[in-house]
Design a protein around this ligand. Sequence first.
Ligand SMILES: Nc1ncnc2c1ncn2[C@@H]1O[C@H](COP(=O)(O)OP(=O)(O)OP(=O)(O)O)[C@@H](O)[C@H]1O
Ligand SMILES: Nc1nc2c(c(=O)[nH]1)N[C@H]1C(S)=C(S)[C@@H](COP(=O)(O)O)O[C@H]1N2
Length: 200
Amino acid sequence: MGTDLSLDPVRIGVVSISDRASSGVYEDKGIPALQDWLGRALHNPITWETRLIPDDQETISATLRTLVDEQACDLVLTTGGTGPAPRDVTPEATLAVADKVMPGFGEQMRAISLNFVPTAILSRQVAVIRGRALIINLPGQPKSIAETLQGLPQALPPVHGIFAAVPYCIDLIGGPYLETDATLCKAFRPKNAQRPARQG
Ligand SMILES: Nc1ncnc2c1ncn2[C@@H]1O[C@H](COP(=O)(O)OP(=O)(O)OP(=O)(O)O)[C@@H](O)[C@H]1O
Ligand SMILES: Nc1nc2c(c(=O)[nH]1)N[C@H]1C(S)=C(S)[C@@H](COP(=O)(O)O)O[C@H]1N2
């Protein structure tokens, strides 16, 4: 099933960080890939805030502050700028706006990505809490978006994507109750945090 209008609405910021896509050298595939995966994985009605920006640290931090403080996003996902190159500054820009650092997301994403590419360890991606929002960095390769969010749930043993932990994290910071499509990503919550299953 798709969107269920009876569920909590969620505001999601998607930020593509790329010098070349933002200057028109190539077409941005980061925002469409993020919206495609999240739109399929979440049943909640989504309001999007999209931004395509260059790899500039202050621009990235300012964008994240605006999305959380002014646009009231519950969740912000960035793509790009997490590697070791001189212009890759997304983790620094994200840490600069953090109230809390959530190291498990970066650790788990690098572990998941090793199932896809040996260069997974080159991503310095981080996740942080700012106010009542969760901000997560993803690598720039558009295919890495589904790889890290979804993992390989059908593999034996399964590789859990990081999105499984996102709904409960958002519960804990006071955000909307997110419901996911279990075939893409089964959200994990402790029993006492689960709402009764929806009818129909
Ligand atoms: N927003 C994007 N849209 C389409 N492809 C992208 C995007 N960002 C990255 N890629 C692809 O993934 C590769 C690795 O991404 P990375 O973020 O390292 O780019 P980059 O080499 O730093 O350059 P730029 O920041 O100008 O995209 C790029 O060379 C490009 O092929
Ligand atoms: N899942 C996944 N993770 C990945 C990749 C990928 O293709 N898939 N690319 C790696 C590579 S080649 C680099 S350089 C780093 C950083 O990428 P970024 O600078 O585009 O953010 O992410 C790594 N993590």
